[in-house]
Design a protein. Structure first.
Length: 87
């Protein structure tokens, strides 16, 4: 089981980006955490040289790219990118 945390700056940016797509605070946070829990690495978009990038696609045509710093079982979300469409 992973222990997931989010940086303060990334948290506020995530909420801001979620609101642009009509998502509330809880929905945006839950989707970002779900992308990390599922652990599906991004194949080609928004890859980071230093950190892992996870991807999750949702039925309302939104893709979440979550860039994380991992140390053992601890995961720190550095940023979340929300786009329309699949990868």
């Amino acid at each position: 089981m992973k222990i997931i945390n989010i940086e303060t700056h990334a948290f506020f940016r995530t909420i801001e980006r979620g609101q642009k797509h009509g998502l509330d605070y809880y929905e945006t946070k839950e989707r970002a955490f779900k992308a990390v829990r599922e652990g599906r690495p991004a194949a080609r978009k928004h890859l980071s040289r230093q950190h892992k990038t996870y991807h999750a696609y949702f039925n309302d045509n939104l893709s979440f790219y979550v860039i994380c710093l991992e140390k053992g079982k601890k995961v720190l979300i550095k940023t979340v990118i929300i786009e329309e469409g699949k990868e």
